[in-house]
Design a binder for this molecule. Structure first.
Ligand code: BES
Ligand code: MN
Ligand code: MN
Length: 461
């Protein structure tokens, strides 16, 4: 245990330096969705690579047809398991810019939080593992087990390049591991850390409805043609019924009913609907009938509209029948549902629901299946004690509603266990204006990760 004491002391002294390293990374605008940020994306990859190299790991920048993959590893330790840390250095677009109190790429400290795009998702969380490896190297000259890193730059847009790399024959050997460690999720609540054993999948689409060859005067032509904006609205409305059930034929065929044991455990988490509604600024919660809020967020599929545009959006009125109407939509999926199957179901639903006088194009943007892992693995037990030490409270086991599209593929391809150790909080504002990461959680995450390598090394490899 004395090695852990020496490491703890080192971490304590290194806090100002660690925060500085995080700020340096947050200043780099690495928005993967927007080609205008291409340079920033690459710069972020190099900054992560540099940090890993400075820590004393062997590093490699793997070029792809998109953003590079950052790979690093410490030396093999015979007889000990191998961990692979996965994370992402790309971030979501900072828009709407006007709502940020301080600029998104100028990290700023307020009330114990660090505000910047990517603070919690995922630069701050990912860095906790890089810095824990650096601490072991600095204090003990070596890690107690082999730790590899694969940090990518396209998670927020579907991980296409990493998926292609994973399919290459050399990937299985390079990334070979017993357990994939990911910090890109959240704690259950402030003061209540968690280990996540399930994530939802996603299938994301764009819909384009077109009608007349150009916008028309709605007085002269209203009543004569199908309005694409109305057709799109009706179509979108028909996807959900009154009970919040998705109407695509076959959609629920591979959805397993919830386990009674899970429902019981989640009930014990005492989720407060009213407080949650208040936190989100809504007067009531809404979702599929017959399920609690946690069940609906963690383990039931959902449909959402993310963007919707058509016709005149400027000042004042303009009387037209728009020629086109479009939407960005997605379905969150539960394990066993396949994004490819949902794409077919959506196309069939479109084909059988397209009214006369409009054409509909469906564009499949990206997707990834959901995942559930064994909550009783020895790796989870090792993570439990590390988190207990660093956060002062034992973690609860939860599932989450968000998606990390490549996790299921890593689990299958590498035949590895998965540890989802989230250091974030529900009110961190991931993907929203004024995203933040609680600085104390950053330090606790680094400490938990530092202890994790010690405890994982004790698990039979
Ligand atoms: N870190 C999130 C995923 C997440 C969010 C996990 C909340 C657990 C709880 C990740 O960066 C993310 O936002 N993923 C996208 C994937 C999509 C763009 C393909 C998501 O879930 O919307
Ligand atoms: Mn993330
Ligand atoms: Mn994200």
């Amino acid at each position: 245990m004395s090695e852990l004491n020496a490491l703890d002391q080192y971490l304590q002294q290194s806090q100002p330096n660690h925060l500085e390293l995080l700020k340096r990374l947050l200043r780099i605008p690495s928005v993967s969705a927007d080609p205008a940020y291409k340079d920033g994306v690459r710069q972020a990859a190099i900054a992560v690579l540099d940090t890993l190299a400075t820590a004393g790991l062997e590093t490699e920048l793997i070029e792809t047809d998109g953003p590079p993959l950052v790979f690093a590893q410490s030396p093999p330790v015979p007889g000990k398991p191998v961990a692979l840390v996965y994370g992402h250095y790309d971030v979501q677009p900072p828009d709407p810019l006007g709502l940020w109190k301080t600029p998104p790429f100028e990290p700023s400290e307020r009330n114990g939080n660090l505000y910047a795009r990517g603070a919690t998702d995922d630069k701050g969380q990912m860095l906790t593992h890089v810095l824990s490896a650096a601490a072991w190297k600095a204090v003990e000259q070596q890690l107690p087990m082999q730790v590899k890193f694969l940090i990518e730059g396209e998670e927020e847009v579907g991980s296409e390049q990493f998926e292609a790399f994973l399919a290459r024959p050399e990937a299985a050997e390079k990334l070979a591991c017993d357990v994939v460690v990911i910090s890109d999720s959240g704690q259950y609540a402030p003061g209540q850390p968690a280990i996540t054993y399930g994530l939802r999948g996603i299938a994301y689409f764009e819909l384009h409805f077109s009608g007349p060859k150009q916008d028309l005067h709605s007085g002269s032509f209203g009543g004569a043609v199908n309005n694409p904006a109305i057709a799109l609205s009706k179509f979108l409305a028909s996807i959900l019924d009154e009970d919040g059930r998705i109407q695509l034929p076959g959609f629920y065929d591979s959805v397993k009913p919830l386990e009674q044991s899970e429902r019981t455990l989640w009930n014990e988490l005492r989720f407060d609907d009213e407080q949650f509604a208040q936190q989100l600024g809504v007067s009531a919660l809404l979702g599929e009938k017959g399920y609690s809020t946690l069940e609906r967020r963690w383990a039931r599929p959902t449909f959402d509209i993310h963007g919707l545009w058509s016709g005149y959006q400027g000042e004042g009125g303009k009387t037209i029948i728009p020629a086109k109407a479009s939407a960005k939509i997605s379905f969150r999926l539960v394990p066993d549902q396949s994004p490819q199957e949902v794409a077919l179901q959506l196309q069939q639903f479109v084909d059988s629901h397209t009214p006369a006088g409009v054409r509909v194009e469906v564009i499949d943007l990206h997707g990834g299946p959901g995942v559930v892992v064994d909550p009783h693995s020895p790796f989870i037990a090792a993570a439990q004690s590390s988190i207990q030490t660093a956060f002062g409270t034992a973690p609860v086991l939860i599932r989450e509603g968000g998606s990390i599209p490549i996790v299921a593929a890593m689990k299958d391809k590498l035949e590895a266990d998965v540890l989802l150790l989230g250091w974030g909080l529900d009110d961190d504002g991931a993907h929203s204006p004024n995203e933040k990461f609680k600085i104390a959680d950053f330090y606790r995450g680094i400490r938990a990760s530092t202890h994790l390598w010690h405890h994982l090394a004790e698990v039979a490899g």
